[in-house]
Ligand binder design. Structure first.
Ligand SMILES: [Zn+2]
Length: 455
């Protein structure tokens, strides 16, 4: 059982925001926004063209409402096209939206490139990196990781976005033990045993996977590794109460969900979302559109919308009116766990993961969340079977589930009825359940797929 310590209030990374009201923070952000738009207009032919197409200049934007009404400038597809064009015309791969000189770029990182060619979305100048390091240091400090300590870093190393986090870890005086996740569980666990880090960074599914593997691979439980904090990124896992509790109990430490430099979840038993600690880095999460109509929607406590990103302050490749396809729920009320008064965000899914079943929008993460309430009667692993391209699904939606190790096959019908009832009331759908033996749905070290696509 996790030793209960008093929940610490999350603060903004830049202390000036801790003394400001929400309104003052918005005003401050608006000044940064105007400055950034002028900078991008002046330095990037792509952004200049975008403004010219709609017949305005950055000076014409007088309010956030003016700004939120502008069309989307960028998404992955456009990003790929303008990267190709910048290589052809200027001999660099970063895209026509590059605002600095390519010589000033000191880091470039892509997403894992699971769909299509990777994009160099995370491209920074030295000034950018130094600015971003402050946010990572702030998070480590909140998680109780201090200079002189070690941190097990098990992401895919190399050209990936997560590699930029290493700079932030070092800037805090913490030694990263960077073991590429592709080296496998045994290697990761052996390095953890040898170096005894205070903290770890990995995906929640890897953290979960190592719980099962540690006794066999290194002859000890993960709880004996002595970790005091785990920071996870990239999946919804920690937002599911059972998964958060399972990992925290097994490792006997707190798990924090973080979103790059934008924010992290607090030190509370319950999950209250990513606390947005970086108003000077991004407008996140105040610019939202309706996932279906793509029209701007207003932010209020509990609103669900698709994120439009605009990065402030960054100099190399700031994203401006960038549609990431992420669907989030935004909370504007004070955090019930720690008292943080800024915005909080829970990830709901991706607009391209959204399913429409009998006219209702259903997100895989909601299904996962409902299903996880039935652990250990089930293992929690699941696949949503798609026989046709989404979003429209001809009902019933098929879901593959693994029954638990010790479950009684005679009680499966009853379990199935209870799961269907829960999904009906909480996700507005009644699926067909396909039972699988425990351990038969493959678990990936990086990101476990949620869909099984049969088309
Ligand atoms: Zn909190």
């Amino acid at each position: 059982m996790l030793t209960k310590v008093k929940t610490k209030k999350v603060q903004y990374a830049n202390p000036i925001f801790n003394r400001m009201s929400e309104e003052e923070i918005r005003e401050y952000q608006f000044v940064l926004l105007k400055k950034q738009l002028k900078y991008a207009y002046r330095n990037s032919e792509f952004y200049r063209e975008k403004f010219n197409e709609i017949g305005i200049r950055p000076e014409d934007i007088r309010t956030f409402e003016d700004y939120y009404k502008l069309p989307i400038f960028l998404n992955k597809t456009i990003e790929r096209a303008i990267q190709k064009e910048s290589m052809e015309r200027h001999g660099h791969p970063f895209g026509l939206h590059l605002c600095s000189s390519p010589d000033e770029v000191v880091f470039t990182g892509t997403t894992s490139g699971t769909s299509g060619n990777p994009t160099f979305t995370y491209t920074f100048t030295e000034e950018d990196i130094n600015f971003l390091n402050g946010f990572i240091a702030h998070m480590l400090d909140y998680g109780g990781v201090h200079a002189g300590e070690r941190l097990l870093f098990s992401h895919s190393l190399g050209i990936y976005a997560t590699s930029s986090i290493l700079w932030g870890i070092r800037s805090q005086g913490v030694l990263p033990i960077d073991v590429d996740v592709r080296a496998g569980s045994k290697m990761i666990l052996e390095y953890a045993k040898m170096t005894r880090p205070t903290a770890a960074m990995m995906t929640p599914s890897l953290a979960e996977h190592l719980i099962d593997k540690a006794p066999e691979l290194i002859g000890m439980n993960v709880g004996e590794l002595g970790l005091q904090a785990i920071f996870t990124v990239g999946e919804i896992g920690v937002g599911v109460p059972e998964i958060k509790k399972k990992i925290e109990d097994a490792y006997d430490c707190r798990i924090y969900d973080y979103l790059g430099e934008l924010g992290f979840s607090c030190d509370s038993d319950d999950y209250h979302g990513i606390h947005c600690v970086a108003p000077d880095l991004s407008l996140f999460p105040n610019d939202l559109i309706d996932p279906e109509t793509k029209q701007p929607i207003e932010v209020y406590d509990g609103v669900i919308g698709e994120l439009i990103a605009t990065e402030l302050t960054l100099k190399a490749l700031p994203r401006i009116r960038y549609s990431s396809g992420d669907i989030v729920q935004v909370f504007t009320s004070e955090c019930p766990g720690c008292g943080f008064q800024g915005r909080r965000v829970k990830f709901i899914g991706r607009s391209d993961d959204m399913l429409i079943i009998k006219g209702a929008n259903v997100y895989p993460s909601t299904i996962k969340q409902v299903i996880s309430n039935f652990i250990p009667e089930i293992t929690g692993e699941l696949r949503i079977v798609l026989n046709n391209p989404p979003p429209r699904v001809v009902p019933p939606l098929q879901i593959k589930l693994e029954y638990g190790e010790n479950s009684d096959s005679r009680k499966l019908a009853d379990l199935e009825r209870r799961i269907k009832n829960a999904l009906h009331s909480e996700a507005r759908m009644t699926p067909e359940i396909i039972w699988c033996a425990p351990g038969t749905l493959e678990k990936a070290l990086t990101k476990t797929p949620i869909f099984e696509k049969n088309y």
